[in-house]
Each structure stands twice: as structure tokens, then as C-alpha cells.
Design a protein around this ligand. Sequence first.
Ligand SMILES: *[C@@H]1O[C@H](CO)[C@@H](O)[C@H](O)[C@H]1NC(C)=O
Ligand SMILES: *[C@@H]1O[C@H](CO)[C@@H](O)[C@H](O)[C@H]1NC(C)=O
Ligand SMILES: *[C@@H]1O[C@H](CO)[C@@H](O)[C@H](O)[C@H]1NC(C)=O
Length: 255
Amino acid sequence: MEAVLGLLVISAGVSHGLETSCDAREDGSQCYGALGGTVYLQLTNITGYNELSFYKGPTGARTEILKMRMDKWLIKDTTIEDRVHFFINNGTFRLNNPRRNDSGEYLLQEFNSVGKLSGIRGLQLFIEAPVSSPQLSSECLSHGEMKVSCSSEGDGPQYSWTLDGQTLRDTETSPGEETNTITLKKDLSGDLTCTVRNNINSDTVSRRIVHCPGPVFNVFVYFQLAEVFILLTICLGSYCFYKKKTCPQEQDDGE
Ligand SMILES: *[C@@H]1O[C@H](CO)[C@@H](O)[C@H](O)[C@H]1NC(C)=O
Ligand SMILES: *[C@@H]1O[C@H](CO)[C@@H](O)[C@H](O)[C@H]1NC(C)=O
Ligand SMILES: *[C@@H]1O[C@H](CO)[C@@H](O)[C@H](O)[C@H]1NC(C)=O
């Protein structure tokens, strides 16, 4: 039972435990976090201020999340209290299990020893769904070409392809925005790799592909020729068979 529980915990950790960290010590940093994962935001250096406040929301409509003074810190926003932690030793803010509505503008204010505002920095946080393990599917087209699709879930996936380690050129990808599908020229084979990435993570799938059979038209012609040949053989065979059988009888009648 314990082993089963252990496995469950591990698999839950793999699918939901994506950690991202971001250096937000510069004004205007853009940080990304995985939906349901953990995001670390390094907000400040440990020196150079006496007090700090961290806010969520645009100027004019912001709520204070965190306040730190000397060596004490306090979460001011009770709605996310159970999901945040502040590492006072290195000025890092941790947000657990981020949701989409945690995305948005944040603001940090630092005050010096006499309580005067000494620094103000904004950051943008984007909480997005990570890409899932991509799946490949392929289909043979009528002229021996192969259409391969790579699919993955997640926010804003971007796809790229290689064949035997070589990036597949634009001429070999189908036109249009849908780059998760490519059309391979006939007679191409090798190790095909699809990489999918977004702002959060990336994942890859590879498969050895064997080229599609030649044009379907030719295959049909061969089949029809073979059919005609077999039919002819049968007809000829039966004709001879009957002729052999009937001819002597006709001769008998004649006598
Ligand atoms: C933090 O420290 C780094 C290097 O020590 C420095 O480049 C940076 O300007 C400092 N940032 C702040 C906000 O004090
Ligand atoms: C800050 O400290 C915490 C706990 O010691 C650690 O987990 C985290 O990785 C540190 N972050 C940085 C940016 O050093
Ligand atoms: C954010 O979304 C969660 C569900 O994902 C919801 O429970 C919560 O009330 C929302 N918070 C705000 C401030 O809208």
C-alpha cells in the first residue's frame, strides 16, 4: 500500500511539479510560471534596504501581498497566504500552485533606514500551462509523400523538426502557420524528431520513419495487370481443358 502511494505521489510530482525561477531584480522583468507548479521570483538583493513591500495589481488598484521589515516578514493577502513563502536569506519569493489569475503586474517597493522610498520595481508574471509530451502521427499521401503531425497540449506551443539531426527546411514544411504538420518528400527516411516548446518548458519526441510506398496509382496498375493475367490464365486453361475433353467426343459422334 505504501509503495502504491509512493508511486502516486511521484507521478503527481512529475505532472504538476514544474518549477521555474526568475531573476526579477531589474525593473520590468518578465517572469513565467507553470500552471500548478512552483515559481520562484528573486525580488531583491539582501542588502540596500530596511523595509520592503510587494504588491499585486496595477498602480491604483493594487493589493499588498508581502511586507518585510528588518528580519521579519508577513503575508498581508490572506487569499494567497497558504501558497506563498519568502526566503529572507536571499530575497526570493515562492508561489506554490500558481493559477491563471496570479498572472499580471507586480510591484516592489524598498525603503531605507529612515523609511524613505529607495527603490521601486515592476514585474510581469505570466502563468501558463506547460507543454505535454508530444505525440507523432503520420499518414502516406498519394504520391509517396508522408504527412507527419506532432501534437501537444499547453499554452502557445512552438514546433520544430529535425531529420537525422538536420533541421527540416521551410521548403519541406507545409505552408501556413500550422507548423505542427510537415510533409516529407517521397523516399525520405531516418530519425524524425519533433520538439515542442513554450515559455515554460520543452519536450521532444523521435521516431524512425520509413518512406511511404511509391505512388498509389502505379500500385493499382500492377494489381490490375496481375488480375488480368490471372483471369487470362484461368480462361485459357479452362478452354484447353474443355477442348481436350470435348474434341474426342465430337470425333466419336462423327464415327
Ligand atoms: C543586486 O546585486 C547585483 C550584483 O551583486 C547588482 O548588479 C544589482 O544591481 C543589484 N540589484 C539591486 C536591486 O540592488
Ligand atoms: C533562496 O534560498 C532558498 C532556501 O535556502 C533556496 O531554496 C533558493 O533556491 C534560493 N534562491 C536563490 C535564487 O538563490
Ligand atoms: C482565481 O482562480 C481560482 C480558481 O482557479 C479561484 O478559486 C479564485 O477565486 C480566483 N481568484 C480571484 C482573485 O479571482
